[in-house]
Design a protein around this ligand. Structure first.
Ligand code: SF4
Length: 569
């Protein structure tokens, strides 16, 4: 019987806890599964364990019926997520990843909302080779998924100022410190030698059962909240005093997912718990992770994220534990202000004279589509680029550190490939979509493949109301797991069934307030019919500079959600 200290959870651990415990630090029978030629799938327990290695088993749901008719097993393939702390890669790494997408995956690169790359559609027989080749680029996939600390996010451009650069380094330090230590990754994927007596090997921080659930960390530098810092289990808000980074406000307990019909699950915006001097950022990260490791719910995965642990045990207990385990004492939080969540598109110059160009990537999908060969364009840029590429938390891309001599050449490449189109609507530029169908097994509805055409239609409504230049955030996901952070969008759309979405309204423009369910099970017609009169009203009756998310609350369309626990009220 599993009994946690301080919290009265006495239910047995979930089946997944048993799989982790018995896995010999994430080895399981993955090697055997990979070598089984009779199926394109892995054994069930290994499907759980490979997430910790940065890959998910998926199946192409578009082909399910046809394959069934032909008496074939589903077309299994794998998503591989490449961990990129702070989202920074070199042109050489870009070219290598671009080539791998063509060679082993579906010829696209997905830029995720957590500044990582995803390959989709990798077959089992190519999985090991692909992961090996990713590691040759000096990037890896370990801990990109699973019950561990995931990719650490940081404000998009580290070259913008010395403070941005310092913050990006802190993101990398946290990432390195919280990465699992098991040698299983090297043994399985990189043909490392089996560790003698593997059972005795230790994970000093995580132990045998790792964390109760995934753990997400991000840093933001006000006034931009481009990492959606409050949606993370653990966040840091940079505090700059006299032009210098002094420290961070620590935020805890954010998370987007909930389960339809289970009101004990809810999205939650993190609480700002206090301030630490910058030297304590790694220690504090460890202390918060240890708090969740020791007190998170290991019986019910739907209530296992840190947000629930914090709501169950309270702030006083949290502070006491940080003091007891790591002697961390949070000072009173310092003032800060966010003014946006989105990216600043186009060219900008930093004080060192270098140029940076932020490019919109619809749905984070870099592909060569008719009239929009974005993947080719960035490959051509990478061939001559001497700086770096940075993935943003909004699924976009910064071509960073461009010397002035090179800028005209890059401008030409982008123009030739129709990529730097600044005529896109503000709604589109502030849109995010998760991957959803056909490969995500949890998706109830389309997201990435559908949102662009819905935005086309909503753009017409906005134009008719002179709102085409109004930045409104819109996010769509295929289910309420929240990969695209839909509950922090002014217009949130979450898939309920094929072609049917719940519509959520009323989040703040800067990521500090959740939205609220407005209408359920809407078709495209229903979405447009629901939004049109509200947008007309907004156009006519908004206050000066009033944001759409605030307007819908002032006019009574939805109630403001003051805290996650009240999301369903
Ligand atoms: Fe899949 Fe849901 Fe995540 Fe979208 S939000 S990628 S549908 S799990």
């Amino acid at each position: 019987m599993y009994k946690m200290e301080n919290d009265n959870i006495s239910a047995p651990p979930s089946q997944l806890e048993t799989i982790k415990t018995n896995s010999n630090y994430l080895r399981g029978t993955i090697t055997e599964s990979l070598n089984n030629p009779l199926t394109g799938a892995l054994y069930e327990q290994d499907q759980v364990l490979i997430k910790f290695h940065g890959t998910y088993q998926q199946q192409d749901r578009d082909l399910d019926d046809e394959r069934k008719r032909q008496k074939l097993e589903p077309l299994y393939s794998f998503l591989i997520r490449v961990r990129v702390p702070a989202g920074i890669t070199t042109p050489a790494q870009w070219l290598a990843l671009d080539g791998l997408a063509d060679k082993y995956a579906d010829k696209t690169l997905k830029l995720t909302t957590r500044q990582a790359f995803q390959f989709h559609g990798v077959l089992k027989r190519k999985l090991k080779t692909t992961i090996q080749e990713i590691n040759k680029t000096l990037l890896d996939t370990i801990a990109a998924c699973g019950d561990v600390n995931r990719n650490v996010m940081s404000s998009a451009n580290p070259y913008e100022s010395p403070v941005h650069s310092e913050v990006a380094k802190d993101a990398r330090r946290i990432s390195a410190h919280l990465t699992p230590q098991t040698a299983a990754y090297h043994e399985i994927w990189l043909d490392g030698k089996l560790v003698e007596g593997g059972e005795k090997e230790e994970e000093p921080l995580y132990g045998k059962t790792y964390l109760p659930r995934k753990f997400k960390t991000a840093i933001a530098i006000p006034p931009r909240n481009d990492t959606d810092v409050l949606s993370n289990d653990l966040g840091f808000i940079a505090i700059v005093e006299n032009g210098q980074l002094s420290g961070y406000n620590v935020t805890v307990g954010g998370g987007m997912a909930y389960t339809f019909g289970i009101n004990t699950t809810y999205p939650r915006v993190a609480d700002v718990m206090g301030y630490i001097p910058k030297e304590k950022i790694v220690d504090t990260s460890e202390a918060v992770l240890v708090f969740q490791r020791d007190h998170g719910n290991r019986s019910d995965r739907k209530n296992a994220r840190l947000k629930y642990t914090l709501d169950r045990l309270g702030h006083d207990f949290f502070h006491a534990e940080l003091k007891r385990t790591h002697n961390i004492l949070l000072e009173a939080a310092k003032p800060y202000e966010f003014t946006s969540m989105g990216d600043q598109f186009g060219w900008s110059q930093s004080r060192d004279g270098l140029w940076h160009c932020t490019i919109f990537v619809e749905g984070g999908k870099l592909a060569d589509r008719n009239g929009y060969p974005a993947k080719t364009a960035i490959r051509e840029v990478a061939k001559i680029h001497t700086g770096s590429f940075i993935l943003t938390g909004n699924q976009n891309l910064v071509i960073a550190q461009v010397p002035k001599e090179l800028k005209p050449k890059i401008v030409n490449i982008l123009k030739k490939h129709n990529v730097a189109d600044n005529n896109l609507s503000q709604l589109r530029k502030n849109s995010i979509a998760c991957a959803a169908l056909p490969l995500c097994g949890l998706a109830f509805a389309e997201a990435e493949r559908y949102l662009p055409s819905l935005v086309d239609k909503l753009d017409k409504v906005l134009e008719a109301n002179n709102l085409q230049n109004e930045p409104i955030t819109i996010r769509m996901t295929g289910c309420p797991n929240g990969c695209g952070r839909p509950f922090l969008a002014e217009i949130g759309l979450v898939g309920r069934a094929p072609g049917k979405y719940n519509l959520y309204l009323g989040a703040s423009f800067v990521g500090e307030r959740l939205n609220k369910l407005y209408k359920e099970m809407l078709s495209e017609e229903g979405i447009i019919a629901a939004l049109t009169p509200i947008l007309e009203d907004f156009s006519t009756n908004r206050d000066l500079n009033e944001r759409f998310g605030n307007f819908v609350i002032r006019r009574g369309y939805v109630k403001a959600v003051e805290e996650g626990k009240k999301f369903h009220e």
